[in-house]
Design a protein around this ligand. Sequence first.
Ligand code: ADP
Ligand code: ZN
Length: 734
Amino acid sequence: MTRDSLPDFYPPRARIAVLTTEPVGVLDYLAPEGGVRQGQLVLAPLGPRRVLGMVWGEGVGDFDLAKLRAVARVLDAEPFRRGFVEFLTRAADYTLTPPPLMLRMATRAPDLDQPPAARRVIVPAGDPPSRMTEARERVMQVVADHGGASFAPSELAQLAGVGVSVVKGLVTAGTLAEIEAPRDVPYPQLDPNLPGKALDAEQQAAADSLRQAVRSRAYGTTLLRGVTGSGKTEVYLEAVAECLRAGRQALVLLPEIALSAEFLDRVEARFGNRPGEWHSGITRTERRRLWHMAGRGEVGLVVGARSALFLPFRDLGLIVVDEEHDSSYKQEDVVFYSARDMAVLRASISGAQVVLASATPSLESWVNAASGKYARLDLRSRYGEAELPDMAAIDLRAEDLPSGKWISPTLAKAVEARLARGEQSLLFLNRRGFAPVTVCRACGQQIACHQCDARMVEHRFQNRLVCHQCGETRPIPAACPSCGVEGKLAPIGPGVERIAEEVAARFPGAKATVLSSDLFGSARALKETVAEIANGETDIIIGTQIVAKGHNFPRLTLVGVIDADLGLQGADMRAAERSFQLMRQVAGRAGRQAGDRPGVALLQTYQPEHPVIRAILSGQDEAFWDAEAAGRQATAMPPFGRLAGVILSHPDLAVVSDFARHLAANAQVLRDAGAELWGPAPAPIARIRGRHRVRLLIHAPRQAAVQAAIADWLAPVKLPTNLRLSIDIDPQSF
Ligand code: ADP
Ligand code: ZN
């Protein structure tokens, strides 16, 4: 019997401990008639309410059986496996998250307390209606896009962005039908034995190595490093195939929902059916279905955002973290965790393989591969005829660039050449909106957010000022809010919208598209625009960092980085690493497929001799990482030393500052554990939504038991009213 299949039965009327989702912890209850297993989900009474809980083990308290309350109901869900419970426990320990919050992460499916009753869904039924409208077409498109899934009428209407009457109309017309369908149906099987693409020698060797690792059914992590377009996806899909052949489940994490459309198509082409999808854009029905099917082992492959790691997979054999360097894998809200690290933890518990794929690995993964902790596979060249782009700097000191303009004559000439040949250009600037700063020329004040330590950013397309921290917006005022003088407000510096304005003036005949996350109301709208660009329906793309992520634009042959110096400043030790990754990724968008159309990437900079710019231009990525690693090692910074942040926030700066100083003055237990305490200092965002934020940083050697020391340190602390404390193990910025 394997460790995971041994159920723990508790006889009726025995005491059991239940971990509740309310922040209470583990409580003792009376087991229900018929017994329960460890890992089973139950509803348990708590005060006047019933809360979701999980059977934890034997009761521990010293209670009179007659006085214990009984579990109210055992839920109709697969019990969590021991390996999964262990993962949740260890993830809670590592991130210093209260276990009840961790359980809540693992039970984020709607209606868990509802039985899988039948429900009414819409299915295709007949010919197109005699009268086709745009709204009706949208509905039919959604139906066509989601072969396997069925939707309730309201869900379908919502996905199509139409009123539910449009759906009903199509039912009346006989094009669609409304039927009773069972809930939570298994996903169609993926066929791992369909032929994949013929791999080249380097890809083949990498795929063989991953297949063998998957067959071992043991834990291991591999850094799959390869330039953009080298076929990393093709290679790790072979590992997925092997995992499916072994009868185990696979999970592919992607950093961006907009990317999943292309990926889903590739999975369908490779395995004959679409995988399960898990991200914020799926419907409640799909969410519930996927959660249950993951637990029952009836979905072979899941593609998802970071939170998919907390699905109760029955037997996970492979986790792929694509674009593993991406900062969206770090969650910094309620539960602070890095999906990359949690993937490794989860795999090490369940005997699974992890593949970390990237053209520009995180320094952490690079160091782990260098030390032999992770295996490393390299794909050195682009697949087929496609060449890596030529890289060059445009030295802005030598360009004739009038103030208020950002496209240099050299860059403009390169764009013109692409326009003449019918090729695409991408102008990259990692700044949303029209201008990052609005200043009053009368009094010199900049317009700031009332609630945050941030400037208001002009978004001209929306005709509003927007705070990028809290999201608050207001109309662009005619008069200065500080001095009241009218007509003196001026935008300073460029955002993508301003570059678009310059493009329109400079290349009047060209079709331009701005790609910036705030300009799209839905993930679907963004996907559509990305598809249009890929089809060549635009000449010039002006984009923020969302264009850097994995999109495949075959006709794109020029990338112009408007401000290559943007990310190089700042106190953050990770600035160089991030800047390097972003520019390398953006440059990688050029000339991905076109054998006869090699790509060019041009970097506008005032400091062409900066080490990051030089590393990008020379293509000596390994030397760059080694130098970065050496710098971190010399200062014992991550990943050579450890950091943990304690972030305190309160509406009153004096309260939060006093409390932070009090904590710092009582930190002997940290020093006893070999750690030092830095701060208090303003947190990276010093005020947000009216709350002042102060951070204490704990720095420790790698081996130090930091979590235990922090827990001891904070255990006796009583928080002042309305003061919030959160703990960020391995913070992103330092
Ligand atoms: P990466 O994930 O490294 O960016 P992809 O796997 O997306 O690379 O491959 C880039 C492009 O090259 C894709 O369009 C892919 O289908 C194609 N490609 C890669 N390897 C092969 C192969 N062996 N045969 C055919 N096409 C391939
Ligand atoms: Zn704000």
